[in-house]
Design a protein around this ligand. Sequence first.
Ligand code: E4P
Length: 221
Amino acid sequence: MQIFLDTANIEEIRQGVDWGLVDGVTTNPSLMGKEKVKDFPAVVRSILKITPGPVSIEVVAEDHEGMMKQAEKIASLGDNAVVKIPMTLEGLKTIKKLRERKIPVNCTLIFSPIQALFAAKSGASYVSPFVGRLDDIGEDGMYLIEQIKTIFTNYDISTKILVASIRNPIHVVRSALIGADVVTMPFEVLKKLPQHPKTDEGLLKFMDDWKKIFPDGGFPL
Ligand code: E4P
């Protein structure tokens, strides 16, 4: 399962890449707003450069012609650029045309299994079901991932399931158990994943025991 960071913060991406944990990045207009991005092309170019894999950049036009123009600009910025297109009828039309031009698309704002199926049929390389936002309204976001996985397996669909709107490590574990292709998460969730209180407790005990033999903490080899 690939791990993407859901952020437009360059420093977070740099750290995640240094840890060897980040395979790609997803952004959206709200994340750009959170970073108060002014020089949009410069920020996008930096993210594309430091990220080892795909980077999703979202269009903001809502009509087909506008989406096409913005998509082509995004795609021209780097080989690892993926165009994020919202799940609308105009979006589906755009995904089909971009597929013909071999421009990879991540279809975003997916909240039902049929939306995922239609995005895949139109030619999206990724579908992004938003699990956290479904949990927020009292639904089980991860059940949607199970449904999409079953449908894609039934019809041998190669579109990747990119689990989005992740809020906690349980979302990540369940995604891996279901067999999702990618999870995208905020930096805060990524940092929590390798941590466990028993690991911290165990390490503390090892260090204390070592200092009983070598009080200066040395390693005399
Ligand atoms: C996905 O690509 C979106 O950017 C993101 O996961 C949305 O998450 P949110 O519901 O936390 O805003």
